[in-house]
Ligand binder design. Structure first.
Ligand code: SF4
Length: 193
């Protein structure tokens, strides 16, 4: 769908320069999705994996973040091989809706209620990022935290349109449950993509 050099605004790599590769196509259907224009893969141009990797390298970034859409709808082995060939770290952001393919340095699992993750992703997640839309999402976050590895970093992030309402709840929750960290979409404060 698009690729661009920016600052990672969320989660563990927040604040790091990163080249984003946003793959078109998603069938998860989150009601609050802020990239609905990504859903139809056919609405976007086809770009070769080598061209994507070349652009990522040329940006000067050390990290490529593959996101979507829902990137695990695709076989990602060729893309990660091309990125690795260029010496880039490979990070992915996924709902885990399908089995993960490819070689990844960092897997951010952001499960969605609208389509459950494939259970094979839990052992691969380096980071669990749960979007909090309402109070019931804390219990849902804990259900997923129980499934990932002990080393997995745990983040709670307010859904953007609900931030005023849910951020105070997240702050209280993280203070009471310090295994969690707060994640904010700081790229939106910086007015960058
Ligand atoms: S998984 Fe991501 S791209 Fe797909 S609908 Fe949900 S928020 Fe949107």
């Amino acid at each position: 769908m698009e690729d661009f050099y920016t600052i990672q605004g969320e989660g563990y790599y927040q604040g790091h320069a990163a080249y984003f590769i946003r793959l078109g196509g998603c069938d998860v259907g989150c009601v609050w999705c802020d990239v609905k224009e990504s859903w139809d893969a056919n609405a976007h141009p086809k770009v070769s994996v080598h061209e994507m990797a070349r652009r990522a390298k040329a940006s000067g970034s050390n990290i490529a973040v593959v996101t979507g859409g829902e990137p695990v709808m695709y076989d990602l082995r060729e893309l990660t091989a091309a990125l690795k060939e260029q010496g880039l770290k490979t990070n992915i952001e996924t709902s885990g809706a399908y089995p993960l393919t490819g070689t990844w340095d960092w897997v951010c699992l952001s499960p969605k209620k609208f389509k459950a993750p494939d259970p094979s992703i839990f052992d691969k997640a380096d980071e669990l990022k749960v979007i909090v839309y309402n109070k019931s999402d804390f219990a849902w976050a804990e259900e997923h935290a129980a499934l990932v590895r002990p080393s997995c970093q745990l983040f709670l992030q307010p859904e953007w349109s609900k931030e005023k309402e849910v951020l105070p709840l997240i702050i209280d929750y993280v203070k009471a449950n310090p295994k969690w960290q707060v994640s904010l979409q700081v790229h939106k404060y910086m007015n960058i993509p």
